[in-house]
Design a protein around this ligand. Structure first.
Ligand code: ADP
Ligand code: MG
Length: 264
């Protein structure tokens, strides 16, 4: 089973978030779409972690967010659950459509609604698997792309439909440049493990993607950054990529690597 260290020991700091922010106590309180809530329940999480308690209401209210919390604190569900829930609600209300390639249609570009950029193939696959669980029984189709694997197979996956694209920077840039993916419909852009991406030298690729005309600063787009540490260069990127009123959320000891969620 899973057990937790006392969350009471953890400090939570929220700056510039929605006024009167009330952290959720249970996933039931987050106002999630019912299909997505079912998917969360299937994960059998005993309760939301501190980052999830705070990030869910912030993201459900469409704020841009720079979140910093140690590895193992549940950051993936903190961004996937509200993001998927909001899109599913819009699709069910007819306010947003998933676009699929028609049979035989030659010129077709995938136009993902969510873009998640991460530094490594392992992380990309892990977040993709989680996205699959949270999108179960919804119209959203996640796809993962990364370097060091044949891009033909990934292109085939993309062309079956791609609403949530989980990608490493180099392969993403390549797929955009080859006209396989267009970022023109991205409603939520997420940089996960932002500190590691900078450590690995991905800053030029990330900057190029985030500043491209397709993904230009757009009032209707939400941008999120997640990181385990909060060095100066991350703060600089946050100011560059996020809306002026973005929310800053920090949980626990910064820069720690111990998992908060221990498996017995
Ligand atoms: P981080 O991105 O902060 O390093 P992850 O999102 O990868 O952390 O989560 C670490 C592990 O904890 C994963 O196996 C995930 O399924 C699990 N987890 C996430 N949220 C919860 C929760 N509320 N309760 C129990 N386990 C959780
Ligand atoms: Mg993570």
């Amino acid at each position: 089973g899973i057990h937790f260290k006392s969350y009471a020991e953890m400090s939570v700091s929220v700056k510039d978030g929605p006024p009167g922010l009330t952290p959720i106590v249970s996933f039931d309180d987050a106002g999630l779409d019912s299909v997505v809530l079912e998917n969360v329940k299937r994960m059998e999480f005993p309760e939301p972690t501190p980052i999830q308690r705070n990030a869910l209401p912030i993201l459900m209210q469409n704020y841009d967010l720079m979140a910093c919390a140690q590895t193992g604190s549940g950051k993936t569900a903190a961004f996937l659950v509200p993001t998927i829930s909001k899109l599913v609600s819009k699709i069910f209300k007819g306010q947003l459509a998933t676009i699929r390639r028609r049979p035989g249609q030659a010129a077709w570009k995938a136009t993902p609604l969510v873009l998640i950029i991460l530094p490594t193939r392992e992380l990309a696959i892990q977040i993709f698997e989680e996205a699959r669980r949270f999108t179960y029984m919804t119209p959203l189709r996640p796809v993962v792309i990364y370097g060091g694997a044949e891009s033909r197979v990934q292109k085939e996956q993309i062309q079956k439909g791609c609403d949530i694209l989980v990608a490493t920077p180099g392969r993403l840039k390549d797929m955009v440049e080859r006209g396989i993916v267009s970022l023109a419909r991205v409603r939520v852009a997420i940089l996960d493990e932002a500190d590691r991406m900078l450590d690995m030298g991905f800053e030029p690729q990330i900057r190029q993607i985030m500043m491209s005309s397709d993904l230009a600063r757009d009032e209707g787009r939400q941008t999120l950054m997640f990181s385990a540490t909060f060095p100066r260069d991350i703060q600089t990127l946050a100011r560059e990529f996020l809306k002026e009123d973005f929310c800053r959320l920090r949980v626990g000891r910064i820069g720690g690597t111990t998992s908060l969620i221990k498996q017995n």
